[in-house]
Design a protein around this ligand. Structure first.
Ligand SMILES: [Zn+2]
Length: 328
């Protein structure tokens, strides 16, 4: 089965750059910066353990990646490495997301941050068969002014590597409803968007996201608590970006994961890792886990990939190219 999973073309729509930072690279840069860590120390600092109980403790694992991804070259190399890895796993299209303001410092402005990440992606695209784009994350808890700056930067680099925006961060502390301004502004500027919601917070968060007119939701799994919300997701034709292992680690889900039930009810889902390094997984291991823990088949997962093409933040030309890959 491992070979079959490797062989199917995959589409990844929800993966964070900082949470998927290559461990060897992190180790190298930490040593360069004068830290006396072993590779095991670095793993422990970047990956969640059994003790991870919620989204807030999961989010602590982003501290080091945000700290060391502090030069244009490091951002470029980290992005290149991630896209190259995804391509090697037969990912044919990927949208990689990150929060640019986390990497701004006195030597690096937001334009340089975003350009470095785009450069890394483009370099990987040149050497591999992979399409994709970069999603810029607005952050919960950030000032309105800063989030607006992220959205305006997304507009500036839209179709030049950036493909959309997102809202990330501590959902249980900063409710989705407070960020309507971000999505009204994105709508006005014609920037595609997705919203983390229904992960650490419940159906009210999902309902806010739906009311903002989103066509994609990051996670959204708490919709399982309310049939009317599930129907609303179906009726509004919204894709859920599902990240199973991450949901268990943040305890968004305890017990049976709802992805199969949602899929059978007709909710459009895409399969993702969220954070390869934080969760110590990759897209192939995630497919393997789903095949083991649910009654979904490889055929179902292939269908999820094909169905997700219409929700990607890409041109019609790229969508057609991807469809032709799946028709083979
Ligand atoms: Zn996420």
């Amino acid at each position: 089965m491992v070979k079959e999973i490797q062989d199917i073309p995959k589409i990844v729509l929800h993966i964070h750059l900082d949470g998927s930072l290559d461990v060897e690279l992190a180790y190298k840069w930490l040593v360069e910066d004068g830290y006396n860590y072993t590779i095991e120390d670095v793993k422990n600092k970047l990956q969640v353990g059994e003790d991870c109980k919620n989204l807030n403790s999961y989010l602590e694992k982003f501290d080091i990646p945000c700290k060391i991804l502090n030069t244009a070259n490091r951002l470029k190399v980290a992005t290149y490495k991630l896209f190259t890895k995804l391509a090697s796993q037969n990912v044919v299209y990927a949208e990689v997301r990150f929060a640019p303001l986390k990497h701004v410092n006195s030597n690096l402005n937001i334009d340089e941050v975003v350009q470095a990440v785009i450069d890394g992606m483009n370099e990987a695209k040149k050497q591999n068969k992979i399409y994709g784009g970069i999603i810029l994350c607005c952050m919960r808890g950030e000032t309105k002014e800063n989030n607006i700056q992220v959205i305006e930067t997304a507009k500036k680099y839209l179709d030049k590597g950036v493909c959309g925006i997102d809202l990330a961060g501590a959902e249980s502390i900063y409710p989705t409803k407070d960020y309507e301004y971000s999505f009204n502004y994105a709508k006005k500027l014609n920037i595609p968007y997705t919203i983390h919601s229904g992960e650490a917070d419940g159906i009210s968060s999902i309902n806010s996201a739906v009311s903002f007119g989103t066509k994609r939701i990051g996670h959204g799994v708490r919709c399982i608590d309310d049939e009317a919300t599930i129907q609303k997701i179906i009726n509004n034709d919204i894709l859920l970006e599902i990240c199973l292992t991450s949901n268990y680690q943040t305890e968004a889900i305890k017990g049976k994961h709802p992805l199969e039930e949602l899929y059978r009810k007709g909710v459009k889902i895409s399969i993702n890792t969220d954070n390869d390094t934080v969760s110590n997984i990759d897209i192939n291991s995630e497919y393997e886990r789903i095949l083991k823990e649910t009654n979904l088949t490889l055929e179902d997962l292939l269908k999820c990939n094909y169905n997700s093409i219409q929700y990607i933040f890409a041109t019609e030309k790229v969508k057609e190219k991807l469809k032709s890959i799946y028709k083979k």
